[in-house]
Design a protein around this ligand. Structure first.
Ligand code: MN
Length: 340
C-alpha cells in the first residue's frame, strides 16, 4: 500500500491509502516521487476555485522522481533515471494537436488537475510524459522544470527576441520564471509588483528595472524607461482585469500582449490602441514542447533556483503547507513537498 494526498472537496484534504501500482505494461513507467512543487493552481483546486478541476483529486503537476520499473516497450528510459513530468496528455488528432499545439487539445487532460497527479508516493505515466534530467542535479532544482516551461511558453508566445523591451507584470514564481527566460533571450526586462520584497527579488533575479505599483504609475515609468516607445512585449502574470487593460496602453507599436489569466470578469479595452499600433494579443496556456529547452538549460546550470524556493514541507505535513501558503502569501515564493 502507499499514501496519496486527496483533495476531496474545497478545503478538505486527506491522506488516503491506495494500492501500489502492480503491473507496468507497454509504454508505462513506474516512478517514485521525490519532489512536488505547489502552484497557485493547486491552491485553486484546494479552495474550490479552479473551474477546470474535478473532485476527488490527487493534486500535484510539478513533479520530479526516480524511475523504479519500466514496461516492455520502453526503450528511452531505464530504472534509476531521474525524471520530471510533462503533465499534459492529448488526443493527437484534433485541430490544435494537428497544428502542433497539444496544450490546447480539445481532449486535454492535465496530471493533477483533470486526472490524479503527483502528490503520492508512486505514480505511473506513459514514457512520453517523462523527461530524463542530469542525475547530478539536486531534486530541488529539477522540480522547477514545469514552472520554467510556463515562463518559457509566455516568452515564446510573446515572440521575445534579443534587444526587445519586455514588461512582466507580477513577481511571483511565474513572473520570475518568465524573467529568467526573457533575459536568456537577451531582452531588457521591466517588472511590476505591489510588494517591495518581491521587487527586490526580481532585481536579484535579473530584472533591469522594477516598478512599485503601490507608489508609481506604471504607464509613466514604462514610457520613461523606454524613451516613450512603450514595451515591445507585455506578459501579464498578475491576471486581473485591470492588468490586462494596461497591456495595450503600454505596448509599443507592433507590440505583443501575452495573457495568462483565467478570470471571467471582462476587461475594458478599446480598439484604438490595438489598431493604431497594430498590436497582437495572445493567450499562453501551459506549454508546448518547452521541456527539452528547459531541461537543456537546467542540465547546463543556465537556470538555477537562486532563492526561488522559500519553504519545504514533508509529504506528511501537506495540510500545514497549504495553510502556510494561505496565511503567508507575501512570504512564500515556491513551496516544495519532499518525499524521502
Ligand atoms: Mn504550476
Amino acid at each position: 500500500m502507499m499514501l496519496a494526498v486527496v483533495v476531496r472537496k474545497s478545503h478538505d484534504v486527506v491522506f488516503s491509502e491506495v494500492e501500489m501500482p502492480k503491473f507496468i505494461s507497454g509504454n508505462e513507467v513506474l516512478v517514485k516521487t521525490k519532489r512536488v512543487g505547489i502552484c497557485g493552481s493547486d491552491m485553486h483546486i484546494y479552495h474550490g476555485t479552479n473551474p477546470l478541476a474535478t473532485y476527488p483529486r490527487v493534486i500535484g503537476h510539478e513533479v520530479a522522481g526516480e524511475v523504479i520499473q519500466v514496461g516492455s516497450n520502453v526503450s528511452s528510459i531505464k530504472v534509476g533515471d531521474h525524471v520530471v513530468v510533462d503533465p499534459i496528455s492529448y488526443c493527437g488528432t484534433c485541430y490544435a494537436c494537428r497544428k502542433g499545439r497539444p496544450n490546447v487539445c480539445k481532449e486535454l487532460s492535465v496530471f493533477g488537475v483533470h486526472e490524479d497527479g503527483g502528490m503520492r508516493e508512486y505514480f505511473v505515466l506513459p514514457d512520453k510524459q517523462l523527461h530524463i534530467v542530469d542525475p547530478s542535479l539536486e531534486w530541488d532544482e529539477v522540480v522547477l522544470a514545469e514552472p520554467y516551461t510556463i515562463g518559457a511558453q509566455a516568452v515564446w508566445r510573446g515572440g521575445v527576441e534579443a534587444g526587445d523591451t519586455v514588461l512582466i507584470q507580477g513577481c511571483g514564481p511565474i513572473g520570475i520564471c518568465a524573467l529568467k527566460l526573457a533575459k536568456l533571450h537577451g531582452a531588457y526586462v521591466i517588472m511590476t509588483d505591489l510588494n517591495k520584497e518581491r521587487l527586490e527579488f526580481a532585481l536579484e533575479s535579473g530584472a533591469d528595472k522594477v516598478i512599485n505599483v503601490s507608489k508609481e504609475i506604471v504607464e509613466d515609468k514604462v514610457m520613461e524607461y523606454t524613451n516613450n516607445e512603450g514595451v515591445n512585449v507585455v506578459i501579464d502574470a498578475v491576471c486581473l482585469p485591470s492588468t490586462f487593460e494596461l497591456g495595450p496602453k503600454v505596448a509599443s507599436t507592433a507590440g505583443i500582449v501575452v495573457c495568462l489569466g483565467f478570470d471571467e470578469k471582462p476587461s475594458q479595452i478599446s480598439q484604438l490602441p490595438i489598431t493604431k499600433k497594430e498590436l497582437t494579443i495572445v493567450g499562453s496556456r501551459l506549454q508546448t514542447n518547452q521541456f527539452e529547452k528547459i531541461i537543456n538549460l537546467l542540465n547546463g546550470r543556465q537556470i538555477q533556483s537562486n532563492g526561488l524556493i522559500t519553504h519545504k514541507f514533508s509529504f506528511r505535513e501537506i495540510e500545514q503547507a497549504l495553510k502556510y501558503i494561505e496565511q503567508n502569501p507575501d512570504r512564500v515564493r515556491k513551496v516544495l513537498i519532499t518525499f524521502e
